[in-house]
Each structure stands twice: as C-alpha cells, then as structure tokens.
Write a protein that binds this ligand. Structure first.
Ligand code: ADP
Ligand code: MG
Length: 698
C-alpha cells in the first residue's frame, strides 16, 4: 500500500507550518489554480527525511503529500484536491540525458534540456466508467497505463453482480485529464564535438500541459521510469526511458547559464578599457584559421549583437546580425561555423540538408513519437533561440524551409499552421550561414543568386555576405601554408610529448609553436565577457554617430546616379553593427568610432559582392535581384525595341540583327545586346519561334 499514516502526518505538519497562506491563495482561484509548487530546499530545511523519501520513493512521497494536502483546513468553496509539485532540485539529482542508467529509474530527478517536440494536448482517460452488460452496474477503473484496462468481472464491492461479463465504456461518466507528450533534447553545450544529441520523452498532465513550446530551455522534474516498447500489438523486451513530469521550470534569459563572478566582472571591466580590445577579440576567434580578418571582426560583433527593440506600435526590430559566408570549397567555412557554435552559448550547428522533418525552422509532423497525434517539432533556428544558429550548406535547405526562413530572419518567429496545430515559435537567434557555389567554384562575374541556389529576397536579409575566394597568390599562399603547417606541427609535438614513450621534444618547443594559434582570450573568458555585455550594456547612439551614418548613406545613394547602392535594410545593418561595436567596449554610447567600424565592414562586403562589374559602382540590386540596375534598364530598352520591331514587321517577329542595330542607336553595345537577349530568353521574357527571330512572351 502506498498510504503511510506517519508520512502523511509529517507532510501535514510541513504544509501547516510553511505553506498555509499559499494554499489559501490557491483556494481562492481553485480549480483554475490547482497546484502547490514548493522549493526543494524549503522542504529540506524543514524536514530532510521528507526530501529523502521524495528522491528515493517519489511515488510514495507524492501520494502521501497529496493525501496530507486534503487534510489542510482552509476556507474553500470546493473540497480541494491539489497537485503537489517540487522544483529546484539539488545538483546531485540533475542528470544528463546521456548519463541516465537503470539505477536512476524510479527516482525523483531533474532533467535539463531543450524542448524538441510537443504533441497536441489530448484528453486521456483517468477513471473509466464501465457498464456491466448483464446487470447494468457501473464499475469504475482507474487507468494508469496507455492501454485501456477493463474490469475482469463485475465487482461486487462496487455494487455489481460478481459475474464475468462484457462491459461498455461510458464516456460521460468517465473522467478525463489533459495530457501531452514532449521530447527533450540535451543542451548543445554538454555535447562533445559532433556527437548526436540524445533525447528523452516526458509525459505531462493536467495543468502543466500547453506551457512549453519547442525551442524552450527547460528543467523537467519528475520520476524516471521505463516503458516497454511495442511493435504493433507485440510487447518487446527492450524498454524506453521516459519521465513523468511533476514540475517544469523554464529558463528564459540567454547567457543565464554563464556565471560571471565579481572577480570576473573586475577583470572584464579592466580589459574593456584596453585600446587594442577589438584586435584582441578578433585574434581570439578561431586562431587556427589563417586570415579572414574582416570576417572575424564581423563575427566578434555577431557575438555581442545589436539591440533588439520593441516599438510602441508593436513592431519588432531584431538586434541579431545575420552573416552569410559564400565561397570556394576548402576555405575553412565549415571550420569557422563549427568554431563559432562551440564558442557562443545556446548555439546550434546544423546542416541545411535537414536530418529531421523540422528542418531549419519547424514543422507539424505525424510520426511514431506522437502515437497517432500531430507533433510540433523544432528545427535548428528554433533550438538556437537566444543563441547563434550556425547553418552549413544553407543552399541545400529544403523547399519547405525557404518560405518560413523569411519570417524567421526578420521577425524572428516561425509560424506553423497545420492540422490541429497552430503555433508561433520564437527564433531569436543570429544566423551564421555558409553556402557553396552551385558550380563548384565561385565566379565573381555571375550574380550571387544564380550561383548559390538561394532566392535573392532571402539573400538580402543577411546583414553581411562575405565571398571567400580561393585564388592562387604567391604571398598569401605562402603565409597560409606556413600557418597550417605550423599549426599541424604544434599539434604533432604536443601529441608526441603526451604519448610517445621517449619524446625528444620539449614543452618550450611546444609552447613556441602553439604561440600563434593560442587565442589571446580563452573561449571561457569570451563567453563571460559577452554575457556580461549583453546583460548590462545597452548603448544609445549619439548625434555625431547618427550623422556619420546618415551622410554615408545619403552620399552613397546620390553618388551612384542610376544604380541603387543601398536600401533602408542596409542602413539597419549599419546600426546593428555599430551597436555591437559599442558593446565590445562596454560603452553606453554608440560613437563615431563605432559608426566608422560598421561602415568599414559593410564597405568591404559591398566591394566584394555588390559591385556592378560594368560601371564599377556598388549596387545592392545585384544582391537583391541578381542583376544590376544598369542591366535592368538596358533590358527594358531592349524589350521596347523588340516590341516596336514586332509591331512594325509583317510576320510579327523581330530579327536578331534588327534588334542589335536598333539598340546600338539607343547607345547599347552589340555584345551587351547579345547577352541581354540570351538572358531574356532564358528568363522566358522573350522566345525564339524561328531561329534568329524573337517575340515577346505574353
Ligand atoms: P569549406 O567548408 O569552406 O569547404 P572546410 O572548413 O571544410 O572548408 O576546410 C577544409 C580544410 O582546410 C580544413 O581542415 C581547414 O582547417 C583547412 N583550411 C582552409 N582554409 C584555411 C585557413 N585559412 N586557415 C587554416 N586552415 C584552413
Ligand atoms: Mg564545408
């Protein structure tokens, strides 16, 4: 028997002494509010024997505690039947999902992780009412398992006839409870390089349902037990681990995991005053990767991020900085992403080629997990909420992700509406993506969106796009080779000292070699520094800095007459970068220095990918639509020419030679007319009914 009178009375005196007023408050809102949540340490302080049974015999402890709660005398309209929930368990009860072993089963445990999936909330039979088909008596059976338990006879103690009979389930006399199943995945921080995260299912009931969404960081406190696996109607001998959740705690703040002590704070403030802080930060990012200085400088700013803002009209402006690295294979793009995902808290490294149904964003799926119900599953951007989503080979993403990606990058939310599921998930993360060119190598002379299989509208949502070319160059090749060889040698010497039985290498030699791959600040220190800055520093731009950005923007737009150099979206990128730059110094003010840093980074990016090859001017149209403004104008003229010739001709076609000569009169070189015709033809804007003759597509 579960009931234990002495345990009931211990709990009762604990509640009387510690929770009386809280229970009275709950009584006022009963039954909407029907859970008493108590801190583990409050119980432990009052009566350590109670916490001991709670940990080791949780079913017994919780049953008797809930019995005791029925005896607490408070003024209430209804007779109270409260759930008793304990949270804030000691660290000894916090178990990593991959470390769960048989001896943890049946214990009250805390499991920390990310919510990967949630099913719909569904009613579950709690007490089933059956009617005996022989005598009509109503027999009630408490349901504890997934499979419906029927009475084996018409029980006399419930007023039945005592015979073996058949029974009919009466829905309206049965009682139901809301239930939900969720899947928790290990936190990425706990994972060792590249390991697949492990998962565990948790069952949630009654007033706890519907509180968690995919992507939430949670601690689920509950009882671990095993659940027999089934294949169809067959029961297998292997078991799954599951948790019956008794309470859940949600962790809201990013960087909450990173502890900053007062000593750390002192150190951080001291270092923030170093005039060389930007260089030192940059040199601490992936020191084994040679060069890429501008990319690394931008990545420092990604770590610190701009300020996200909520406007009074309800609009949301993101502060996270999105970066895309495009380039030749073997230029350390993947390496950089994987480094960043380990450096930044709450980060996820994933490949665009989805490994799960949820892909990069989120999806409603119907799979084994939901046991016939729809399940909402989080993809990488949702799991990286409040962190950085490092997505490699983003060009290979699924078609279904593309549409939600726009919303994810700008509003930082992902909506899923399918079947019974209608949800909006948070994806407040910076996106650091890498893409390989379709043709194997990056060609500077072909528009970006034709090369990387991504729609221009999506490309324009990146604050920065860096193209990384692998062009032979004696000078940089020598330096890169030296760097890589030296890095490898440092590794060899270190392994040799560590493992070789008679090593002739010395620690000094190793230190000397390691010198140029040692970060100036350790990853741990950077995490603390960034956490401190993001928690405490919210810089405001001063007038001079605004002026600098405004002038740059206006000058740029007016200097490039017929090309469109920037859109307001680029201006927002400037602001984000400048804010992040101020945060690096822990400055409360965004100054001219920060504005100039933002300009210098964006300038480099536009120089590399936004240049109109023909006019030598920056042109954001190249990124946004794939063709420059001047090309666009030219195509319009040519279409006009074709239209006119077609109208005037007898057969309604325009001969290629006529188009070329007519366009030349309008000032377009013949070679450009030819290439424009090819492009129009490819785009389906014109077609060639007879060889060498064109018509406009309707
Ligand atoms: P990508 O993803 O761009 O195709 P990878 O990240 O897989 O390239 O890099 C290929 C290899 O080349 C890695 O082992 C990486 O360390 C090395 N490598 C490439 N460029 C550099 C560099 N600039 N500095 C150091 N190592 C590099
Ligand atoms: Mg790669």
């Amino acid at each position: 028997m579960l009931k234990d009178e002495s345990l009931v009375s211990s709990w009762q005196s604990f509640f009387e002494e510690n929770c009386k007023s809280e229970i009275e408050t709950i009584a006022l809102e009963y039954p909407e509010n029907r859970s008493l949540i108590v801190d583990y340490w409050d119980i432990d302080k009052a009566d350590p024997k109670l916490t001991e049974t709670l940990i080791n015999q949780p079913y017994k402890a919780l049953f008797n505690a809930e019995e005791a709660l029925k005896n607490i005398d408070v003024a209430a309209e209804h007779k109270l039947q409260l759930h008793f929930r304990v949270d804030n368990l000691p660290d000894t009860q916090k178990i990593l999902i991959r470390k769960i072993r048989a001896n943890h089963l049946g214990k009250y445990t805390a499991i920390e992780g990310l919510v990967k999936k949630v099913t719909e909330v569904r009613p579950k039979l709690q007490v089933a009412a059956f009617q005996c088909q022989k005598c009509g008596a109503i027999i009630k059976i408490e349901q504890e398992e997934d499979i419906l338990k029927e009475p084996s006879e018409c029980y006399e103690d419930q007023g039945g006839c005592g015979r073996i009979s058949s029974f009919k389930l009466l829905m309206n006399l049965s009682t139901f409870i809301d239930s939900q199943k969720i899947e928790i995945q290990e936190n990425p921080e706990g994972l060792r390089g590249g390991a697949q995260p492990e998962r565990i299912s948790a069952y949630i009931e009654d007033d706890l349902v519907g509180m968690l969404a995919p992507g939430d960081r949670v601690i689920v406190n509950g009882i671990l037990h095993s659940q027999q696996r089934r294949r169809g109607p067959l029961r297998l001998t292997s078991f799954n681990k599951v948790v019956d959740a008794y309470s859940t705690e949600r962790q809201e703040l990013a960087f909450e995991e990173v502890e900053v002590t007062p000593e750390d704070e002192e150190e951080i403030i001291k270092i923030s005053k170093d005039p060389d802080i930007y260089n030192k930060m940059r040199q601490s990012i992936a020191p084994t990767i040679y060069g890429m200085n501008i990319e690394k400088e931008a990545l420092v700013l990604v770590l610190f991020s701009g300020l996200s803002k909520k406007m009074p009209d309800g609009t949301y402006i993101r502060g996270d900085i999105h970066i895309l690295l495009v380039g030749d294979p073997g230029t350390a793009k993947s390496q950089m992403l994987s480094y960043m995902s380990k450096l930044a808290p709450r980060s996820i490294y994933a490949s665009g080629k989805a490994s799960s149904a949820a892909g990069l964003t989120a999806a409603a799926v119907r799979d084994e997990f939901g046991e016939g119900q729809w399940t909402l599953e989080a993809g990488a951007l949702v799991l990286a909420d409040m962190g950085i989503a490092c997505i490699d080979e983003i060009d290979k993403m699924e078609e279904t992700d593309r549409s939600s990606m726009h919303q994810a990058m700008e509003q930082q939310e992902i909506s899923v509406a399918k079947a019974g599921i209608n949800a909006t998930l948070k994806a407040r993360c910076a996106l650091l993506a890498a893409a390989n060119p379709k043709l194997g190598r990056f060609d500077e002379f072909i528009p970006m969106h034709e090369q990387i299989n991504m729609p221009p509208a999506l490309l324009s949502r990146f604050d920065l796009i860096f193209s990384i070319l692998d062009k032979p160059n004696r000078e940089t090749d020598t330096a890169l080779a030296a760097h890589i060889l030296r890095t490898h040698k440092a590794g060899e010497v270190s392994e040799n000292i560590l493992r070789s039985r008679k090593s002739e290498h010395t620690k000094e030699e190793q230190d000397g070699l390691m010198e140029n791959v040692m970060p100036i600040f350790t990853p741990e220190f950077i995490r603390k520094y960034v956490a401190y800055a993001k928690r405490n520093v919210f810089p405001v731009m001063n007038d001079d800095a605004s002026e600098v950005l405004k002038n740059y923007y206006v000058d740029f737009r007016s200097s490039s007459e017929d090309s469109v150099p920037f859109t307001p979206r680029q201006l927002e990128a400037f602001v984000r970068l400048a804010e992040a730059s101020a945060r690096v110094r822990l400055s409360e003010e965004v100054t001219v220095e920060d504005a100039k840093r933002a300009i210098s980074i964006i300038d480099q990016y536009l120089r590399r990918v936004g240049m109109d090859r023909e006019t030598g001017k920056f042109d954001i149209d190249i990124i946004a639509t794939g063709i420059s403004h001047s090309q666009h104008e030219r195509m319009r003229v040519i279409i006009d020419v074709i239209k006119r010739i077609c109208d005037e001709s007898s057969d309604g076609n325009a001969a290629r030679s006529d188009i070329v000569s007519e366009a030349e009169i309008q000032g377009i070189e013949s070679s450009k007319v030819e290439s424009a015709l090819d492009r129009l033809n490819r785009n389906g804007q014109i077609y060639e009914p007879i060889h060498g003759k064109y018509r406009l597509a309707e």
